[in-house]
Design a protein around this ligand. Structure first.
Ligand code: FES
Ligand code: MG
Length: 560
């Protein structure tokens, strides 16, 4: 093993000389700016400008900034689903960080999968690293009403299908919604993962949620560039910052902000890279009893711009300070809790006081039962309270194509008490575990005014989506999980308070059934082949089995 690119340790020349802090380099530190800017990722398209501010900060602190374009994933552009490529992005970024002569890295992300992929890579290569989240877009209005990305698209598209909104008005609402640069302005996955990056301690304080067009984002990016040089000097690496305490902080934050269910899969994958024993049950255990304090779509009313104006993430964290790990460090070298002292709430209708929460218990619930022996998740904050205990007849779809072909048929035997089941959409089954778990409701029920039903799948859902939706059922149907055994007409019982998801069939009856074959055609080659052969189930973070863990920053051989 050689360490050609890595800084050399210089021991103090004399025993009585002050010991230099951390590492000393023979040259100015090389700071990569891992940049996910791309015209095909509109949410991250402005990151080149942010990168210039980071580079200025690196220069100011005496480092050498090096722009490193990395794999970018645009949620709305990439097919069949950006999640299929998250692990590819993480793998490519990790290898380029290791292979190039760099000492530290600033990670620029925004759209849903980009921050998770960057953090997974940084965790595995373990070079000093700091995140700059690209920030949400500004609030757009349509017919005088603020619109939330994703959340209002789901809502208004149901109105189009119900016949209460024209297609033309729907398209106008869409262009009103996307008003500025930045990522989705709801508490979807992008906003959630920015907050997770800060709660984990991997950003400068107060940056999560800074709107993309806000000049303060560039100032904080410059500060981050300076900090990156300090991280190298101090040898402060992801493995010293990302601990079980910082994951605790992330889970508490996830509940308090009403964040995306996708964070569960991403945090499990990041923890897996670090060898931290984080399990699905930790989300329920740690998140239970954490109040929902942020009144943002999809769990509430407002948008990211409102949260920033109301005091931002630090004000939220200050309200739940006693639930946070007091020792979990951040990239600044100080514990997260010490960075909350000055944080104030300026608008209590957006960020609620601890004594007056939106919901007293907002954690993501982890369900088990004979339909999901390895677990499934539901976000009670975005569900209909009256459906959290429900017993209904299954209506089963074997694929999204099957769903689209039959859902709106007048002959579909379904009513509002039915439980819609979609299978074949897990990590291996689709492949890539797409965001289809919030499946649309049958047109004839929409016409009756029904707007929510219990839905169960092995898929994910967009962080911007809502409804009484059970997701990530594991093991998935494509590998013979029990969802593959359910038939239309079976009785499904959801009991969120008891954390149960069952079909009313005995173990013997289930054992006698043949699993439905819902696997996608096996790809002969390429990434999809590698992915299907190696992807783990959702309850393990859906990483590839051989990417779990860390290889550090050492290169194996010289190039000549
Ligand atoms: Fe990029 Fe929503 S589409 S964050
Ligand atoms: Mg999304």
């Amino acid at each position: 093993m050689v360490r050609r690119h890595r800084p050399q340790r210089v021991h103090p020349p004399r025993l009585d000389a002050p010991r230099p802090p951390g590492l000393r380099l023979h040259r100015p530190p090389h700071i990569a700016i891992a940049n996910t800017a791309s015209d095909l990722t509109p949410c991250n398209a402005h990151l080149d400008e942010v990168a210039r501010s980071v580079a200025n900060g690196v220069h100011e602190a005496g480092g050498v900034p090096l722009n490193l374009p990395v794999v970018s994933l645009g949620e709305t552009q990439v097919r069949p689903t950006a999640m299929l490529w998250r692990n590819l992005a993480a793998m490519a970024i990790e290898e380029m960080l290791r292979a190039n002569p760099i000492d530290g890295v600033v990670l620029l992300g925004g759209c849903d999968k980009t921050i998770p992929a960057l953090l997974m890579a940084a965790a595995s290569v373990d070079l000093p690293a700091v995140v700059v989240p690209g920030g949400p877009m500004l609030t757009g209005h349509f017919r005088g009403t603020p619109l939330g990305c994703g959340t209002d698209v789901w809502r208004l598209s149901e109105e189009v299908r119900a016949g209460t909104l024209s297609q033309e008005a729907f398209l106008r609402s869409e262009s009103a919604m996307i008003r500025s640069k930045g990522h989705c302005n709801t508490m979807g996955t992008a906003s959630t993962m920015a907050c997770m990056a800060e709660a984990l301690g991997t950003t400068v304080p107060g940056i999560a949620g800074t709107p993309a067009p806000d000049s303060r984002l560039l100032a904080l990016a410059q500060e981050t560039g300076r900090l990156a040089v300090e991280l190298v000097a101090e040898d402060r690496r992801p493995s010293t910052i990302l601990t079980s305490g910082s994951f605790r902080n992330a889970i508490v934050t996830l509940a308090a902000i009403g964040g995306s269910t996708n964070a569960v899969v991403h945090l499990l994958a990041i923890a897996g890279r670090l060898g931290i024993d984080l399990t699905l049950d930790d989300f329920d255990r740690t998140g239970s009893g954490v109040p929902l304090l942020v009144d943002l779509q999809p769990a509430g009313r407002h948008l990211m711009d409102d949260m920033y104006r109301a005091g931002g993430l630090l004000a939220v964290l200050n309200e739940v300070r006693d639930l946070l790990d007091p020792e979990a460090l951040t990239v600044t070298g100080r514990p997260l809790v010490e960075q909350l002292t000055d944080a104030e709430i300026w608008d209590e209708s957006v960020i609620r006081r601890r004594a007056d929460p939106l919901l007293p218990d907002a954690g993501i619930a982890v369900l088990r039962g004979n339909l999901a022996p390895d677990g499934a998740v539901i976000k009670p904050a975005a569900a209909s309270p009256e459906l959290l205990r429900h017993r209904g007849r299954a209506v089963v779809f074997d694929s999204v194509e099957d769903l689209h072909a039959r859902l709106d048929s007048p002959d579909l035997d379904v009513d509002e008490t039915s439980v819609l089941i979609l299978r074949g959409c897990g990590p291996k089954g689709y492949p890539g575990m797409p965001e289809v778990g919030n499946l649309p409701l049958p047109a004839k029920l929409l016409a009756k005014g029904i707007r929510d039903m219990v839905r169960v799948s092995d898929a994910r859902m967009s962080g911007t989506a809502y409804g009484t939706v059970v997701l990530h059922a594991a093991p998935e149907a494509a590998i013979g999980g029990p969802l593959s055994l359910v038939r239309t007409g079976d009785i499904v019982v959801l009991d969120v308070p008891a954390r149960r998801l069952d079909v009313e069939l005995s173990t013997v009856e289930l054992g006698q059934r043949q699993p439905a074959d819902v696997r996608a055609a096996a790809p002969a080659r390429g990434w999809e082949r590698l992915y299907i052969d190696h992807v783990l189930q959702a309850d393990k973070g859906a990483d590839l089995d051989f990417l779990v863990g860390s290889s550090g920053d050492r290169v194996s051989r010289e190039s000549h």
